[in-house]
Each structure stands twice: as C-alpha cells, then as structure tokens.
Design a protein around this ligand. Structure first.
Ligand SMILES: Nc1ncnc2c1ncn2[C@@H]1O[C@H](COP(=O)(O)OP(=O)(O)OP(=O)(O)O)[C@@H](O)[C@H]1O
Ligand SMILES: [Mg+2]
Length: 395
C-alpha cells in the first residue's frame, strides 16, 4: 500500500537517517518546512505518517497534541529530546510512537516497520468496510411508541437477540439519547457509546463504527446511548443518519429504539427505516396517542412503512382487537401477550427472555414476529418481484 511520509522539524534539522532508510525502502519522505504547509498535505490524507521534531519554538508534546486533535487520522512519530523522553506524556498527546533524538539505527528501523505494519492493518480494515461492500439487503427497523414504558426496549432487545441467534448480523442503535437503557437490558457496560463516536469517529473512514459498539454474547452489537443525559446535545440529525449508514455497511439488520416523544432526530431515524413498528397497548390513553402518531406519520408520507404491534395484551383487556383496529384505522400486525413473571426478571437480570424462556408465550410471540417480518413478508416481496418480472417478459 502507498504510505505518505512527512517530516517536520521546528529547527529545520534535516531528517538524516529517516530519509535514508525510507529511500532504501523505495519511499519518499516529504520534509515540510512550515507548520502552515503541513495542513494542506495531511488534512485529508489517511495514509499519512508524520515525524515531528520540536525543540526550540514549540513544546514537542503541546505541538503533538494540537496536531493529533486536528488530524486524528495521522500516525505521529514524536522525536523527543533525550532529557524530555516521557512515554506517558506522548501517549496523552496522541502520539502513535516515540523516538529519542539520539536514536540508534535499530530503533529507527523498528519505528518505521511498526508504522508500516499499523497502516497496512488499518487499510485492510477500511477495505473490509468500504462502501463497495455495502450490504444492499440490510434492513433498518425502528420501534416507537407514544407512551413511556410501552415496552419498546423490551421488544427490541429480545427481537434483536432472537435474530442474532438465527445467524443475522444485528446492530441495535439506542436513539433514546437521554435515557436509553438498551445496554442495561443486556447487562453490558459500554466503554464507548454514540457520544464517543460523534466526538472521535464521525467523519473518519478508518474509525469503523463497530469500534464504538458493545458486543453481546449472542453476537449482536449495541451502539449505546451517551453515558450522561446532558451529553445528548452534541448528537445531531446528521450524526444519527451517518450512524445508520455506517451500520448498513456491516450489519444485516439495524434495529433502532426511539423514544416516547418525536424529535427531529427520531424523525430522521423513521425516514431512514424500511419498517416502523408502532407499539401500543390496550388502553384508551395509549390508543388515543397512537392515533395521533399514526396521523402524523401519514402526513409525513411514512405510514406505508408502519406496522402496528399490540403489547402487554391480557384476557382481561376490555377492547376487542377489531375495535382497536377501528380506532387506529390500521390492522394489528402482531399481538404480544403480557407475561410479567417472565419479562420482569429478564429486565432485572439483563438477560433477554428469548434466550432463557424460549418456550413461553411472550418469547413465542417475538419469534413469530420475526418469522412474519423475515419469512412471510419476504415471500410476498419475492412473489411481487416475480410477477413484475413475468409481466415484463410477457410484454
Ligand atoms: N409483554 C410484556 N409483559 C409484561 N411486562 C412487560 C411487557 N413488555 C414490557 N413489559 C414491562 O414494561 C416495563 C417497561 O418496558 P420497557 O422499558 O421495555 O418500555 P419502554 O417503552 O422502552 O420504556 P421507556 O419509554 O421508559 O424507554 C418493563 O418493566 C417491562 O418489564
Ligand atoms: Mg426504553
């Protein structure tokens, strides 16, 4: 692979052996004399390796920190005066490697080989996730409700788990950005979340989004909500859209948990979804709000993608399903029974019930929802496609 090598010294010290070794390896070293000139060389170059030697004008660590913040994609080798060598400081300043001013030839060679190895490894990963490998058949499904506690997170967590167990590559995006608790429902303690991705990874092709996701033992990946509610403010529509697009490069199914209110961010999720599952329950306040929500989706031309799911259904519920369909003006796609003895412990323990209680009515309802969405609907779709093809042949 083609690597672009750069060298900057604030004293204009020539690169010496660095250039010699690189030339021997058939590489070209570009010496940059002014810091201002560095910008145009490395701003969009994700194959750049930069040696920085700063002794007089700049503090070497401060300079490194500035450059690494502005160009996090650049591999920086920091050349530090012997008396200032401090690996921890270099690490905190964002350096990829460190070299003492009085380096031995062997040390320099090691640094160069290591840099080459890292860049090759990174390029391989990028290739793996390149847009040309974009999964054309990935499906984005959002789950929404107009009332808190309707069961969105419970449904998405179990739905995603069951799909992952069937061998699908599944991503779950927690778009309930202030109070999302998907990670908790999986008993995961995310080190990185959508917040870190927006701050560090967004916009850089080498920072694949899965590096910011937490993997559950069943194989699925969770892009968790920010660690603190107030952090949600930095996440904008363009970020969530990009997060969905990034996930589409790697996953078969992307499931999005929204929230009980409709914001611009959630509308962006719905617009990018192939299916919108509306979760409601058998009580008048919930149905009234669901009706308003469905009307809103209709006015936004999104109703065509919606499917209605009735959660927490019990025999004691007063309204007949037909009556509910009449109120909402759409048919019920699936009914999920209420089963607190299974759902509550599963939430409290962070273990999806489809794994531990697969034979219970509530788990079976999830499995049949998957069959309906992924098998029956696919057949209908295939048949439609086939009819369309036949139609063209006949003509
Ligand atoms: N089918 C069900 N049977 C019994 N209990 C259920 C069922 N679905 C959800 N619950 C319970 O309802 C409560 C709320 O569920 P959940 O957290 O999934 O709702 P939510 O819509 O994500 O809420 P929020 O708006 O707070 O994010 C949980 O305690 C869960 O155990
Ligand atoms: Mg929730």
């Amino acid at each position: 692979m083609e690597i672009n090598w750069f060298y900057f010294s604030d004293t204009n010290t020539p690169p010496g052996e660095i250039e010699e070794i690189l030339t021997r390896k058939n590489h070209t070293l570009n010496s940059v004399l002014r810091l201002e000139d560095l910008h145009q060389h490395i701003i969009q170059d994700d194959k750049a390796i930069l040696f920085i030697k700063a002794i007089t004008i700049y503090n070497v660590y401060d300079l490194c920190r500035e450059i690494s913040v502005m160009y996090p994609h650049v591999y920086i080798v920091l050349i530090v005066p012997d008396n200032m060598e401090n690996v921890k400081k270099a690490m905190h300043a964002g350096a990829s490697d460190i070299l003492r001013t009085s380096y031995e030839f062997e040390d320099l060679l090691k640094v160069i080989v290591q840099a080459e190895k890292y860049m090759t490894h990174r390029a391989k990963k990028e290739k793996l996730y390149s847009p040309s490998l974009l999964k054309s058949d990935s499906r984005v499904i959002s789950i929404c409700s107009t009332k808190g506690g309707a069961g969105r997170t419970t449904l998405i967590v179990n739905f995603a788990t069951a799909l992952a167990k069937k061998g699908k590559k599944v991503a779950v995006i927690d778009a309930d950005l202030q109070f999302g608790d998907i990670a908790m429902y999986y008993d995961l303690k995310p080190k990185r979340t959508i917040y870190e991705w927006v701050k560090e990874g967004y916009g850089y092709t080498h920072s694949a989004i899965d590096q910011y996701m937490s993997k559950h033992e069943c194989g699925l990946y969770v892009l968790a909500a920010p660690p603190r509610p107030e952090f949600f403010e930095i996440i904008k529509e363009e970020h969530i859209k990009a997060a969905i697009d990034e996930c589409k490069k790697m996953f078969d199914v992307i499931l999005i948990d929204t929230s009980a209110y409709l914001s611009e961010i959630h509308l962006s999720c719905l617009k990018k979804s192939d299916e919108i599952l509306i979760l409601t329950s058998n009580d008048l306040p919930a149905l009234r709000n669901s009706k308003l929500f469905i009307d809103t989706l209709e006015s936004l031309n999104l109703k065509g993608n919606t499917k209605l799911i009735l959660n927490r259904q019990t025999k004691l519920k007063t309204l007949e399903p037909q009556k509910i369909e009449g109120i909402l003006g759409m048919s019920i796609y699936t009914v999920i029974p209420s089963q607190e003895s299974v759902v509550n412990p599963s939430v409290n323990q962070g273990t999806p019930f489809v794994l531990t209680h697969a034979k219970t009515p509530v788990a079976k309802a999830i499995f049949s929802l998957i069959d309906k969405l992924f098998i029956e609907d696919n057949h209908v779709l295939e048949a439609k496609k086939k009819n369309k093809r036949n139609f063209f042949i006949r003509k």
